[in-house]
Ligand binder design. Structure first.
Ligand code: ATP
Length: 249
């Protein structure tokens, strides 16, 4: 259904010298869906996410987001359009509390629109929202904790919170489970799932169990091309995918 499409990649090409890392790629992500991209090392997953977030430019093709051609917009302009990439929006201030980090991120979004509010009212609104986001990402008990002393998994939760502070329509997550133990993953997975239908998530992840658990749809990228796309069940049973990728896991 075309009306549901939030992100639409059309004939995207990215070359590094003689190597074509993204090869006439077409992909549609719908509003509110959790969409995972899987593929072997070097398939072009990171290159693709960079082009969507705007940190690198494609050689050819068009990126449409929310019905608007964003191909030539800067990263910051894309964030303002509702496209957030967790760790690139704001880096965590390690010597500030979780709450202060979230408040700074909320203020970065609302700053100019609150300029004429009374200082105390604006501050209250910002910290109220920071509290809500902290709770949402499972950090209510750690809200006063200095961010630098959070466990690795909790820092990832905070990064998601910082991205949520931009009020995104879509969140790009590049290997969110990397370096996490099973307990930390077990906390992050329901957090990502809780975004479903409200915020679209485009996820690159090597943890296949997590991918097949969370994703509404999975696209399989091999040598810069999507060779298959479908529900987790469809991908699991796809012979081409087994041959090209899952077989050698
Ligand atoms: P991985 O899972 O190992 O991170 P990936 O699927 O994310 O891999 P990319 O990192 O996007 O793959 O790389 C795709 C191809 O492009 C690889 O062959 C890689 O060597 C090449 N490549 C990536 N970045 C550059 C660059 N800056 N200059 C030259 N070649 C690059």
């Amino acid at each position: 259904d075309k009306t549901e499409a939030l992100l639409d990649l059309q004939n995207l090409v990215k070359r590094y010298g003689g190597l074509t890392a993204t090869d006439r790629l077409n992909l549609t992500i719908n509003n509110g869906e959790i969409h995972a991209i899987i593929g072997p090392n070097g398939a072009g997953k990171t290159t693709l996410i960079h082009q969507i977030s705007g940190s690198i430019a494609p050689n050819e093709g068009t990126i449409v987001f929310g019905g608007r051609d964003i191909t030539s917009l800067s990263m910051h302009e894309r964030v303002a359009q509702g496209l957030a990439r967790s760790y690139q929006i704001t880096n965590i201030f390690k010597s500030y509390s979780v709450l202060d980090n979230l408040a700074l991120a909320v203020q970065a979004r609302t700053g100019s629109s609150m300029r004429f509010w009374k200082q105390a009212i604006a501050e209250r609104a910002i910290f109220d929202e920071a509290h809500v986001i902290g709770k949402r990402v499972g950090l209510a008990k750690r809200i006063k904790t200095i961010a630098g002393s959070l466990a690795h998994g909790e820092q990832r939760q905070l990064e998601v919170g910082l991205a949520l502070a931009t009020r995104p329509k879509m969140l790009l997550l590049d290997e969110p489970m990397a370096g996490m133990g099973p307990e930390e993953s077990a906390r992050l997975i329901p957090l990502i799932e809780s975004l479903r239908s409200e915020i679209a998530v485009l996820l690159i992840e090597h943890d296949m169990d997590a991918v097949f658990q969370m994703a509404d749809r999975i696209s399989v990228l091999v040598a810069g091309r999507i060779i298959a796309a479908g529900t987790p069940d469809e991908i699991r049973n796809n012979i081409e995918v087994k041959k090209a990728y899952l077989g050698d896991e």
